[in-house]
Design a protein around this ligand. Structure first.
Ligand code: COA
Length: 166
């Protein structure tokens, strides 16, 4: 999954965000709409800064993007200690997002699978994720629910996947 050998399908390919710096602007715009409370004008964080931080090739945080005909249409990242109440569940998958017009075509699942492959390349055995909104999506992709937690009033399902299962 390194830059000369991206995972491809008929209609999209997945590669390292670091290889496509021009994608940061488009993905950041998508994040700002999707997670307005966090990345929007009243939010506390900068999507652009987070994505630039994830533009690395061989260490965490590490971002991946999906592209269709050179257009960035999705993203995900692996990060250390990202589940605030359970920092030991690391690395954690964050920022999983597919542009609304491209959903339900398998791109999110492909991003998950590629993140697991990348985690294995970085010598991790297990990847974690916490979600408020998409438990069914993780279950269908073969992830195991290992915990639930309440953080700042929101209920999260905590999921894990073994790196060998991708
Ligand atoms: C969650 C998200 C990343 C999923 O991306 P996606 O590209 O739509 O994911 P997939 O297409 O792989 O799978 C989504 C569903 O479509 C179904 N699907 C996949 N390919 C399909 C196809 N060709 N036709 C119809 N349905 C299809 C999958 O079975 C899956 O069903 P499920 O909802 O019952 O699990 C996307 O909806 C998103 O960006 N949501 C907003 C941000 C978010 O919630 N991120 C997750 C935070 S943890």
């Amino acid at each position: 999954m390194s830059s000369p050998n991206p995972i491809r399908s008929e209609s999209f390919e997945i590669g390292l965000l670091a290889d496509y710096p021009e994608a940061v602007r488009v993905i950041a715009a998508g994040y700002e709409v999707e997670w307005d409370f966090w990345y929007g004008s009243g939010g506390r964080a900068s999507a652009r800064s987070d994505l630039l931080e994830r533009s690395q090739t061989d260490r965490l945080p590490l971002g991946l993007i999906a592209r269709r005909a050179s257009e960035p249409i999705g993203a995900v990242a692996l990060a250390a200690n990202a589940i605030t109440p359970r920092p030991e569940l690391s690395p954690c998958l964050i920022g999983l997002w597919v542009a609304p017009a491209h959903r339900r075509k398998g791109i999110g699942t492909a991003l998950l699978r590629t993140a697991i492959v990348k985690a294995a390349e970085l010598d991790f055995d297990i990847v974690y994720s916490a979600t408020t909104t998409e438990p069914a999506f993780f279950m269908r992709a073969g992830w195991k629910k290992i915990d639930k937690l309440i953080f700042k009033g929101d209920a999260f399902g905590v999921f894990s996947a073994r790196c060998g299962q991708a």
